[in-house]
Design a protein around this ligand. Structure first.
Ligand SMILES: [Fe+2]
Length: 283
């Protein structure tokens, strides 16, 4: 197995492994590289949904998918992200990840890691961007670091409760889907979390899910959140992944935010299979 750094701030590519036939020492090497590099692109894989699931489960229990409608037949933990259409209907979730976020920060146990496997890459576009939340926290101006110490963010799942995001017009059931989600309770998490394995501090907010700060009026919360959102996506913290055929990418939601960048259109099809590893309550 070979591990080579990809981005300036984080990310590495892994070559020379077959995830369908992985021995324990090699898996431990992957787990270590994942903790160091935060985002891994594991090249040249040929995986069935069952093999992706088996690899994912080595990291821990999987999350069920909120968009159950768009999972692979027979594999309720494998979500299809796609702009493909069959018989006039979308085969997958079309607007997944369209604003900066950490997966499942709106759940009572946010995700530990997310895995995407490239089933079909478009000819153009489709990159995924990542930003390093250790670096974002470490470089916060001292005044802001002081102000947010001990504060907690309010995380909401419905896009209709968040003034900073919009519902994609390309998603036919979008408005109804997010309307139903309005009654799901918010989650309250520290703005700065400690990674349970590395012990490092990471900024834990995102424009997609963080809609307020507990105990602060909206204007005061917005002033802080707007500064955090601008800071956390600075160019020097980012790594932009350009997908190759056979790529499986895994990232650590405890110290990374990410977004889909779009830039492709049907009939140029992009299809990914997504599995999500459950995590613990942030502290
Ligand atoms: Fe995501």
């Amino acid at each position: 197995m070979d591990v080579r750094k990809l981005g300036r701030s984080m990310g590495a590519e892994v070559t020379g492994v077959d995830l369908g036939r992985l021995d324990d020492p090699t898996f431990e090497g992957i787990r270590e590289a994942f903790l160091v590099h935060q985002v891994l692109a594991i090249r040249d894989q040929e995986l069935t949904p069952a093999a992706q699931l088996a690899f994912s489960r080595r990291f821990g229990a999987l999350e069920d998918q909120l968009n159950a409608h768009y999972t692979v037949d027979g594999f309720p933990e494998v979500l299809v992200l796609s702009n493909d259409v069959k018989d006039g209907k979308p085969v997958g979730l079309i607007d997944g990840g369209d604003f900066w976020h950490s997966d499942s920060s709106h759940r009572d146990k946010p995700s530990m890691a997310t895995i995407l496997y490239a089933v079909k890459n478009p000819k153009e576009g489709g990159d995924t961007e990542f930003s390093n939340m250790y670096a974002a926290y470490d470089t916060l101006p001292d005044d802001l670091k002081g102000r947010i110490a001990g504060l907690k963010g309010v995380h909401a799942v419905s896009k209709l409760r968040n003034k900073r995001v919009t519902v994609s017009s390309r998603r036919p059931d979008g408005k109804d889907f997010y309307e139903r989600q309005k009654s799901i309770p918010d989650q309250i998490w520290p703005l700065v979390r400690t990674h349970p394995v590395t012990g490092r501090k990471a900024l834990y907010v995102s424009p997609r899910f963080t809609i307020g700060i507990q105990g602060l009026p909206e204007a005061a919360a917005d002033e802080i959140l707007d500064r955090l959102f601008a800071h956390q996506t600075r160019e020097e913290f980012r790594y932009r992944h350009k997908w190759r055929d056979g790529d499986l990418v895994i990232w650590d939601n405890r110290c990374v935010i990410h977004q889909a960048t779009g830039g492709f259109a049907y009939p140029d099809v992009r299809t990914m299979y997504r599995t999500v590893i459950a995590g613990d309550a942030p502290y």
